[in-house]
Design a protein around this ligand. Structure first.
Ligand code: F6P
Length: 361
């Protein structure tokens, strides 16, 4: 049994991080008699002069409903590089980090994060250091788990935004566009679009045709609904085009909603407004589901370490938390299946995905 384990949070924050930290600490101390060390600011905290903090039961008391992470995080660590303007490559000095962990008497690590963080965690495993990953991201784009924590809260926030846009769209006969996060996947847009009654859902997995967007607006006008609500994922692309970036150098997506708004106004003469939901989707308190999932993930991660597992990620499968190899989680991005049930359901109830051949789908 390990005497002392470390825990860190990496990547963009997501609601539920503190729920996982609390569950890890309570399970480690209460169930297994292990000590817990919190590593600050993701992997940066174990490079150079380590930045760590002792996690006692008192230190995690009251943090369950709190947004953010008490440990701090980085989504571009000091060791990350952007290569060819296409990808963020972590050039992590794993040996140095492991040396530091040993000096701190940390015998195993629990890493909370998305694709980037878990890919680094896997390197620790390959270097023989025991590690368990916990899948976090509002984007829900991690393979090998049905859900990541943070996603459900982001959907709640996006759904509420759509509800609110609905009434103002209807009052003014406008086309309202909600741009949501999700990087290169459309999970948030799809789920919130269904829950928030969008008329058009635009996701990266279905390249959109501007004419199809116009068709839906015209169709609604004709039927007497002179307003339209569109939810668009930040990574959405028009057929034959590239994603739109707020900051291409830093690979920050954003702006596709405004781009669409301008063109809709010019083509239809209808007033259109775009709202970018941005980091409101990540900040603040986790909903009940993410508190529950985060707590279950945290406790299961400690149990997995205590049972001698390493190189694994806790994952939700058919409603149960289990463990899967970290390499399966980071091998591919989990994208929305375009012929899957939710897309079919959305189309069946009259939602358009603005595909070029949308009318026939
Ligand atoms: O991965 C989570 C996420 O919120 C994405 O949906 C979004 O593209 C990105 O992070 C934003 O990153 P930043 O916090 O650096 O603006």
């Amino acid at each position: 049994m390990y005497k002392q384990i470390g825990i860190l949070t990496g990547g963009g924050d997501a609601p539920g991080l503190n729920a996982v930290i609390r569950a890890v600490v309570r399970t480690a101390i209460g169930e297994f008699g292990m000590k817990c060390i919190g590593i600050e600011d993701s992997f940066d905290g174990i490079l150079g002069d380590p930045k760590v903090t002792k996690l006692t039961l008192k230190a995690v008391s009251g943090i369950l409903p709190r947004g953010g992470t008490i440990l701090g995080t980085r989504n571009r660590g000091s060791f990350c590089k952007i290569v060819d303007g296409k990808a963020i490559i972590p050039e992590m000095p794993v040996e140095e980090a492991i040396e530091n962990l040993k000096k701190l008497e940390i015998e195993a690590l629990i890493a909370l994060g998305g694709e980037g963080t878990l890919a680094i965690a896997e390197k620790f495993h390959k270097h023989g250091f025991p590690v368990i990953g916990v899948p976090k991201t509002i984007d829900n784009d991690l393979a090998a788990t049905e859900l990541t924590f943070g996603f459900m809260t982001a959907i709640d926030i996006a759904t509420e935004a759509l509800d609110r846009l609905h009434t103002t769209a209807a009052s003014h006969d406008r086309v309202m566009i909600l741009e949501v996060m999700g990087r290169n996947t459309g999970w948030i847009a799809l789920h919130a679009g269904l829950a928030g009654s969008a008329d058009v859902i635009v996701i990266p997995e279905v390249p959109f045709s501007f004419d199809s967007v116009l068709d839906k607006i015209k169709q609604r006008d004709k039927a007497g609904s002179r307003f339209t609500n569109i939810v668009i994922a930040e990574g959405a692309v028009e057929v034959g085009e590239q994603p739109i970036y707020l900051d291409k150098e830093a690979l920050r997506l954003g702006g596709v909603g405004s781009h669409l708004r301008r063109r809709i106004e010019a083509a239809t003469g209808k007033e259109s407004r775009c709202v970018v939901l941005g980091h409101l989707q990540r900040g603040g308190s986790p909903n009940a589901f993410d508190r529950m999932l985060g707590t279950n993930f945290g406790a299961c991660a400690v149990r997995a370490l205590a049972n001698g597992q390493t190189g694994k990620m806790v994952a939700l499968r058919a409603g149960e938390v289990t463990t899967v190899p970290l390499r399966d989680a980071v091998a591919n991005l989990k994208t929305v299946p375009v012929d899957g049930q939710l897309v079919r359901t959305a189309r069946d109830i009259g939602i358009s995905f603005a595909a070029p051949n949308e009318a026939k789908l």
